[in-house]
Design a binder for this molecule. Structure first.
Ligand code: ADP
Length: 490
């Protein structure tokens, strides 16, 4: 029944532009047959047709012109006029009656066709307008869907009329068109029957409020508990008369930028902290040394002098790390290539670094003569970094093992410690610029997160590889390879 009513209702077919021929044909023929049956079967008076026929036919012509356009109206009129001639013929009119019947039918035919034309033309015109409007809406929808940012349009009541897929992706929430946040308590807000996270609700409340929001940032939690920073610009849309008719919102995911900002802030605070420590110590020891000189206690003055030199070295290392990083970024990290014996550099580094730890024994397990071509100082820098990390990150360790062995055309150097180790998920990240593992509980390790980044760049520039094998709590082994020098390749 519902389906039949839907089919018969001419209003629901507005804008369709599909016009049936069969439907008006059948209905009009049926109406004529029923009328004949009524006259001869029920009223038993062939002339009873005159009492209703014009009303019925006008109604059908209006209906079909409005439902099926000009063609539907014309078909309806044609059958009606044919039926009128049939009536004149079957009711045996004669003389003046016959002529009057024919004349009336001709006038009615003209009126019916005119009526069918006007209504049918109006209907077809409305259909076209609706179609144009629909096309415009489709175009707007396509543009909104393909925008490279999240976009939401709400009506003046705050109900969402358009929302693109990117928005769903950014906030991890599928908000249906038609969704409106009322005045309910936040926790009661549901989307598709599921309660939403409060941070999402407050964000939605802001965009559906229709107020101007420029550059507001929201921290929104996704369903998978990942947090995203959203940057929102939202503004009311006015019509020509200056009335608010909608609100448009643009959403961008700025999580990456935020993380970079945080990294920069973290770096600045770490760098200032790291630079402050040696400067403070330097100043303190210089003051003490001056006092000792005044007291003429040269032994103590000598001790302070060593401390001053240590701290000055630390300052030098920090500043040269910072310079190296900017060198890498600008492509200006310089190398002086020469042939050298790697075992000598290893030996020197071990001796130098053994000097800074009493707790650890640095064992060279295998160190034959290996000739490589590269920058001696840079390779020394890598070894110093790996060994000082091994010392720093094994506060309870006793041994550090360094090994160099030949593998095909390369030499592989390993530095093994028995310290805190590195989780699997961090093992690639530690080679990134400024990256530091921050889940080391209760321990504060100094550093800027630059050493491994610089080391990796140096090794890669030597056509080698640098990687780590480690288990959390068990210790780490850092490996690097360097191509062995052979005259053929030089
Ligand atoms: P820094 O030591 O100055 O923080 P690095 O680039 O040398 O910077 O190291 C990056 C991070 O890798 C360190 O912060 C530390 O968390 C981790 N790491 C490096 N070497 C080791 C090691 N031998 N054992 C455990 N963690 C290490």
């Amino acid at each position: 029944m519902k389906k039949l009513l839907y089919y018969l209702n001419p209003m629901v077919h507005l804008g369709e532009r599909k016009y049936s021929v069969l439907f008006p044909l059948i209905v009009n023929l049926l109406a004529s047959i029923l009328s004949e049956l009524y006259c001869y079967g029920i009223a038993k008076d062939p002339m009873a047709v005159g009492a209703y026929i014009i009303f019925v036919n006008v109604a059908l012509i209006v209906y079909f012109s409005f439902r099926e356009g000009i063609r539907g109206g014309f078909i309806s009129s044609l059958i009606t006029i044919a039926y009128y001639f049939y009536i004149i013929d079957t009711r045996h009119y004669s003389g003046k009656q016959y002529i009057a019947g024919v004349e009336t039918t001709v006038i009615l035919a003209l009126l019916y066709f005119l009526l069918a034309f006007i209504i049918g033309w109006l209907k077809q015109h409305i259909d076209r307008l609706i179609e144009i409007q629909f096309d415009e809406r489709q175009r707007l929808e396509t543009i909104i869907q393909q925008l490279p940012v999240g976009a939401i349009i709400t009506d003046k009541a705050g109900k969402i009329t358009h929302i693109n897929k990117r928005t769903h992706k950014i906030i991890g929430l599928k908000i249906p068109v038609g969704f409106k946040i009322g005045t309910d308590k936040l926790k009661k807000i549901k989307i598709n029957g599921k309660a939403i996270i409060p941070s999402q609700a407050s964000f939605l409340k802001a965009i559906t409020s229709g107020k101007t929001i420029i550059g507001r940032e929201f921290l929104v939690e996704k369903k998978d508990h990942k947090k995203v920073y959203l940057h929102i610009n939202s503004a009311p849309v006015y019509n020509k008369k200056g009335k608010i008719i909608a609100a448009a919102t643009i959403i961008s995911d700025i999580t990456q930028q935020k993380e970079l900002d945080q990294q920069k802030d973290h770096f600045l605070s770490m760098a200032s902290h790291e630079l402050k420590t040696p400067i403070t110590s330097l100043k303190m020891f210089i003051d003490l040394q001056r006092k000792q000189f005044e007291k003429e206690d040269t032994k103590k003055a000598k001790y302070y002098n060593e401390k001053i030199s240590d701290q000055a070295n630390r300052l030098k290392e920090l500043t040269s790390d910072l310079l190296d990083v900017s060198g890498i970024k600008n492509g200006k990290l310089h190398f002086t290539l020469e042939e050298f014996d790697l075992s000598e550099i290893i030996q020197n580094t071990v001796e130098d670094l053994q000097g800074i730890t009493q707790q650890h024994e640095i064992i060279v397990s295998n160190n034959k003569k290996f000739i490589v071509k590269g920058d001696k100082y840079r390779i020394y820098q890598v070894l110093v970094n790996l060994l000082s990390n091994a010392i720093k990150y094994s506060p309870d360790g006793k041994k550090i093992i360094i090994n160099a062995k030949k593998t095909k055309q390369t030499v592989t150097v390993s530095v093994q410690d028995f310290g805190i180790g590195i989780g699997k998920d961090q093992q690639l990240k530690i080679f990134d610029r400024l990256y530091q593992v921050n889940d080391i509980k209760g321990k504060n390790f100094s550093g800027l997160g630059l050493g491994l980044y610089i080391s990796k760049e140096i090794i890669v520039r030597h056509k080698g590889k640098l990687w780590v094998e480690s288990e959390k709590g068990q210790g780490s082994t850092f490996f690097f390879t360097l191509p062995l020098f052979s005259r053929k390749h030089s």
